[in-house]
Design a protein around this ligand. Structure first.
Ligand code: SAM
Length: 280
């Protein structure tokens, strides 16, 4: 292992078997582990059979911790930084450390592994060619509604983190700003025993959560299908009008499916454009 390097090491987000070989090798060989919560990280290290000194590096002491880490790098030591779960710096501490260490002229080396955003996206069955990750949703209703309103016309898939205490409020606010028919996916308890993907329109997903309170528990990644721009649509105005008309009596998805069957236009495009028209 080269000297004087900061390793940014991803750790599992639930299933401990998701630790990578390289992460284990690095954690075994560094001089010290900078950890968001040292007690939490000690448990992981114990599980891996690794004895290593840890230093606390969290949101409240990052600037000071960065200087301590730089001092260690200066005397030829290697340092790993980890968060409680997943990839450090992704909605987790570590940015200030990486920034200061890079500015001090030392190498910052990524050791990739689990990350809830990517884990959720790769099985969501939503478009993943382009997406936006916006970290945690705002915790207050007004700000959360403002966020949803601001992304109303976004074409890319949206990904956000939300806590279990606010997940139902978040779904309600989403429905109020983006409409009940916007397609969403909630990835819950990823890589753990009760891993679940709740897929459907926002109101369908809400109904699943109301029907089974267990679906409101655990850790969540919320994904929202983006809208299809009017410019890219290849459907006639007549077909859209018909979809909107039928949607007065039936769910929009069903209306889009009926019109698609009769006109040959794509069901998804009819659905998305009708959704946009309704929102406007
Ligand atoms: N750095 C982490 C990563 O790489 O994803 C994220 C840390 S952030 C403080 C914690 C949030 O990530 C949780 O509130 C939840 O939204 C999401 N998350 C983490 N683990 C998860 C899991 N196993 N299932 C679903 N969401 C998870």
């Amino acid at each position: 292992m080269a000297e004087n390097q900061l390793y940014v090491v991803a750790t599992p987000i639930g299933n401990l078997a998701d630790i990578t070989l390289r992460a284990q090798q690095v954690l075994e060989s560094v001089d010290i582990v900078a950890a968001e919560d040292t007690r939490h990280t000690k448990k992981l290290l114990n599980h891996l059979g690794i004895q290593k000194p840890c230093m606390a590096t969290h949101d409240h002491n990052e600037a000071h911790a960065a200087q301590q880490i730089i001092e260690k790098l200066k005397i030829g030591q290697n340092v790993a930084i980890v968060s409680d779960a997943g990839t450090p710096l992704i909605a987790d501490p570590g940015y200030h450390v990486a920034d200061q260490v890079a500015k001090a002229g030392f190498k910052v080396v990524p050791i990739p592994g689990a990350c809830a955003v990517i884990t959720a996206l790769c099985a969501a069955a939503l478009p993943t060619d382009r997406f936006i990750f916006d970290g945690f949703l705002p915790s207050k209703t007004t700000a959360r509604k403002g966020y949803f309103n601001g992304v109303k016309h976004e074409e890319r898939t949206l990904v956000v983190y939300e806590s279990p205490h606010r997940i139902m409020h978040a779904v309600d606010d989403l429905i109020s700003e983006l409409g009940p028919d916007r397609e969403i996916v909630l990835a819950r308890e990823l890589t753990k025993t009760f891993e679940t993907f709740l897929r459907g329109t926002a109101q369908e997903v809400k109904a699943m959560m109301v029907a089974d309170a267990n679906q409101q528990r655990g850790e969540f990644v919320m994904m929202i299908r983006g809208v299809i721009s009017n410019k890219k649509l290849e459907v006639s105005q007549e077909a859209l009008d018909l979809t909107l008309l039928i949607a007065k009596e039936l769910p929009l998805k069903k209306a889009a499916a009926i019109v698609s069957e009769h006109t040959g236009f794509k069901k998804n495009q009819l659905y998305q454009f009708a959704l946009e028209s309704k929102a406007e």
